[in-house]
Ligand binder design. Structure first.
Ligand code: MSK
Length: 646
């Protein structure tokens, strides 16, 4: 039996207000409008029949949105306001800020939020390595010694040290870079020197992770400058500290502790839940928690405990990016992406959802209250009212994980079988394409990939990344974009919720080459890989940076000269804004689906979609229709090819 669980504040089941409840005859149509995936639609219909409130319902009730907030021309940064720039005699805030300043300041705030989120996650991963190396974190250790040694070498650490000593020195060296006073960071040096020179001259080479975020917070205070241009340049610099710093550390050290991903097969969609097993979903971003839960759930005594309550075992499934981390490394099945998170609960088949942080709806405890699911929050910075709070630290993770898994087992008899709906036919997916795994598949180097690009069999590469957003039919943007690009012989690499959208649509299966153009089909077919490669979680966008840096070095060009492009067709998160910004900063132009809140300043829009190109050879486009976005992206790839003479 479980230890006693902490007290919880009870919260109510959130129902759609009666007047807004979907009429039975409208349910099918609404499900079609809201989502693309078959399994998602099936559970969404059940959810609508039961009247459980979801993100789509809340989105509908928020319409129409505030025009001023949508355009970025509202401000509540100081107590002289709040202000809205309504035109006429109201074109400046009380402090005097005009639209350019207000929009740029808000955007810098958003980028810094995203960069801080990734980097705080990265720091926690590195801190866990430090504790593991010192023997203070039971259950954590160095799993990929070769990678740890490679990183240690990069940081100038003596190769003769023992594993634990080298890991400790590496962790300390990385932690130092969060606030280093050296004025430079190590990992941006992975890019070609010509890129470093360009970034330096453009003022976007980051000095340290914390410093750029703190300076961003300083700049957004009222009265710290008026030049929108400087705000935006600092935004790109802050994002570079994330991509080439905090996120990259998160990825690399997760590989060190939990293993560098290798190519493997798994299953995806809400159908991965099981009727006869204790279902536990892991949601959030940090593998420190999820890896330990997986380890504990596999213990023979836990499996026996599940059998003792009448289940056939324990079924761990992933959600969002912590799911991506498990999918990449262990082939743990993935129940869904961002907008599936409530639906995993509304299947009625989930005994426990265990979360860490980021992308977790604050109402999940209300959703859980409508069913028998127990919700656990585990981070002091992400406590959820109405959930059980079980703080996880590197020191107590094993014991706390055991308590949560046991609580899920004890909850199995409470499942109401008559309320359960688990869709059938989860979809197969081939996953685990770290840069190392791609190289292995290619015989040890990226040269064959470069050759395929040079020969034109592959026209270029597209990084499709980011979230879901109820502004757009769930998964439609990702799937449409990927299908259209592979048709044009563009290899797609994907992370985050984008990769799960495409996995649900079958694009992460080798058989999907039948939907690709002739050249891409030939290359992927000969390797037995899909035309859309799963590269991991949100922090793993740093893998895409490493990929393009290595390709550029091989080709002896700058990153911004490569025929590569990025897209975030359904983004919602400040982290996605940071990712888009460091892609652009690194030289990869990005097409956004939803319009950021910048429309109130023509100057800011022009700088991001046009002027930036003059300084760093990359820019943003905004195009909500993925079919139009494809044309922009493909055109860009062909322009880059032409400039290279290929
Ligand atoms: S989980 S940031 S909705 S990709 Fe990384 Fe998905 Fe976006 Fe969250």
């Amino acid at each position: 039996m479980a230890d006693e669980l902490p007290e919880i504040i009870s919260v109510e089941c959130l129902r759609v207000p009666l007047a807004k409840k979907t009429k039975p005859e409208e349910i099918d149509q609404k499900a079609e409008e809201r989502a693309l995936d078959r399994a998602t639609k099936e559970v969404l219909k059940k959810t609508m029949r039961e009247g459980t409130d979801t993100v789509w319902d809340r989105y509908e009730r928020q319409q129409p949105p505030c025009k001023y907030c949508s355009e970025g021309i509202s401000c509540q940064r100081c107590a002289m306001g709040p202000c809205r720039l309504m035109g006429g005699d109201r074109t400046r805030g009380v402090c005097g800020a005009d639209a350019d300043l207000m929009v740029a300041r808000n955007l810098l705030d958003t980028i810094a939020t995203g960069a801080a989120s990734h980097s705080d996650h990265g720091r926690e991963v590195v801190e866990t390595l430090l504790k593991a190396a010192r023997g203070e974190a039971k259950g954590y250790s160095v799993k990929d010694e070769e990678k740890m040694r490679r990183l240690a070498k990069e940081y100038g650490i003596d190769p003769g040290l023992s594993i634990d000593k080298a890991a400790e020195m590496l962790a300390l060296a990385m932690l130092e870079e969060f606030g280093t006073i050296k004025g430079e960071m190590q990992m941006p040096k992975r890019a070609p020197d010509t890129n470093i020179a360009l970034w330096k001259s453009a003022g976007i080479l980051p000095r340290s992770i914390d410093r750029e975020v703190v300076e961003a917070m300083h700049r957004v205070h009222m009265g710290v400058g008026m030049d929108y241009h400087g705000f935006l340049v600092h935004g790109v610099k802050t994002s570079m500290a994330d991509g080439w710093g905090g996120s990259m550390m998160g990825t690399e050290i997760s590989d060190v502790m939990f293993g560098t991903p290798t190519i493997q097969r798994s299953k995806v969609n809400l159908g991965v839940l099981k009727h006869d097993e204790v279902n536990i979903s892991l949601h959030g971003h940090n593998p420190i928690l999820s890896e330990m839960i997986v380890k504990v759930a596999a213990l023979p005594e836990m499996v026996q405990a599940a059998k003792d309550v009448g289940a056939n075992g324990i079924n761990i499934v992933g959600l969002c990016c912590t799911g991506n981390e498990l999918l990449m490394r262990k082939g743990i099945p993935q129940a869904g992406n961002h907008l599936d998170q409530e639906l995993v609960i509304t299947t009625g088949a989930l005994e426990a959802m265990i979360v860490d942080y980021q992308c977790i709806f604050p109402t999940l405890s209300n959703t859980a209250a409508c069913y028998h699911t127990k919700l656990f929050s585990t981070s002091p910075k992400a406590v959820i009212t109405g959930g059980y709070y079980m703080e996880i630290t590197p020191e107590n993770a094993f014991e706390q994980s055991r308590r949560m898994v046991q609580a899920a087992i004890d909850n199995y008899p409470n499942r109401m079988k008559e309320r359960v709906l688990i869709p059938d036919r989860p979809v197969e997916a081939m996953v685990g394409f770290s840069v190392e795994a791609i190289k292995n598949a290619l015989g040890g180097s990226l040269k064959p990939l470069l050759d395929a690009v040079l020969s034109g069999k592959i026209r270029g590469c597209a990084g499709i990344v980011g979230c879901n957003n109820p502004h757009i039919k769930h998964d439609y943007g990702h799937v449409t974009l990927a299908k259209e690009l592979i048709k044009r012989d563009v290899l797609c690499v994907e992370t985050g919720c984008s990769s799960i959208a495409c996995a649900k649509a079958g694009l992460l299966q080798p058989e999907a080459i039948d939907q690709a153009g002739k050249g891409l089909k030939e290359v992927c077919g000969s390797l037995g890989i899909p035309p859309v490669l799963h590269m991991g979680s949100c922090v793993d966008n740093s893998r895409i940076l490493n990929l393009v840096a290595e390709l550029a070095r091989l080709a002896n060009v700058r990153i911004d000269q490569l025929p590569v492009v990025g897209a975030a067709p359904e983004w919602y998160s400040p982290k996605a804004v940071a990712i888009g910004s460091y892609f652009v900063g690194s030289g990869v132009s990005v097409c956004l689906g939803p319009m950021p809140h910048i429309g109130g300043s023509a100057n800011v829009v022009k700088m991001l979609t046009d002027d930036l190109e003059g300084a760093i050879n990359a820019k943003f486009w905004v195009e909500a229709n993925p079919k139009n976005a494809v044309a922009l992206m493909y055109d860009h790839i062909e322009t880059k090819r032409k400039a290279l003479g290929i």
